[in-house]
Design a protein around this ligand. Structure first.
Ligand code: SF4
Length: 152
C-alpha cells in the first residue's frame, strides 16, 4: 500500500516532526549531512516547506520515488512509527497513531500486537530504560493517539 501521510508535516516543528537520539544527531553531524536538515540544539529533523505539495516534507524524502534517502539509518522515532512515546503526566506510554492507514488496515492483528509487545519489552529492558532516560525529548504529549501500554 502506498502511503502519502508519513514524512510530511503540518508544521515545521511540532511533536510530530522526528526527534533524534543524541547519537543520531552526532551521526548526522559526522556524516557531513547538510546542517539545515536538522537542528543540533533541538535534536530534530527540520522539514522543508514544499509549495507543490502544500505541506512540510522531511528533507530526507526523495520526492519522485517517495523513499527515505537514509532508510537504513533512519531515526529510531521514524522506525517506531506508527508507535510513539507519549507523556501522560509523569507516566510514559507506548501509543499508536490510529490515523496511520497501515495500522488502520491491520487493526489488532497478531503482527501488530506482537510488535507492540516487543517494543514494550525493549523499553522495559535496562538498555531501553537507559536510552529513554537519555532521550526524554522523544516523549511528547501526543493527542488523538491510542495509549497501549505504560512503559514507565
Ligand atoms: S528520516 Fe526518512 S523515515 Fe524519517 S521522516 Fe524523514 S524520510 Fe521519513
Amino acid at each position: 500500500m502506498e502511503c502519502r501521510g508519513c514524512c510530511r508535516f503540518r508544521e515545521a516543528v511540532s511533536p510530530w516532526t522526528p526527534s533524534l537520539l543524541s547519537e543520531e544527531v552526532a551521526f548526522l553531524k559526522k556524516s557531513g549531512i547538510q546542517e539545515s536538515f536538522y537542528s543540533l540544539e533541538k535534536k530534530k529533523i527540520l522539514p522543508v516547506w514544499n509549495e507543490k505539495e502544500n505541506t512540510f516534507l522531511c528533507p530526507f524524502i526523495e520526492e519522485k520515488s517517495y523513499r527515505c534517502e537514509i532508510y537504513d539509518f533512519r531515526p529510531l522515532e521514524c522506525a517506531l512509527y506508527p508507535f510513539l512515546l507519549s507523556s501522560r503526566g509523569k507516566k510514559i506510554f507506548l501509543s499508536a497513531d490510529l490515523h496511520c492507514p497501515y495500522l488502520e488496515s491491520q487493526g489488532k492483528s497478531q503482527e501488530i500486537l506482537e510488535y507492540a509487545q516487543y517494543l514494550h519489552n525493549f523499553f522495559s529492558s535496562d538498555p531501553g530504560k537507559k536510552m529513554l532516560e537519555n532521550n526524554l525529548h522523544l516523549v511528547q504529549p501526543y493527542e488523538d493517539v491510542l495509549d497501549i501500554i505504560e512503559v514507565r
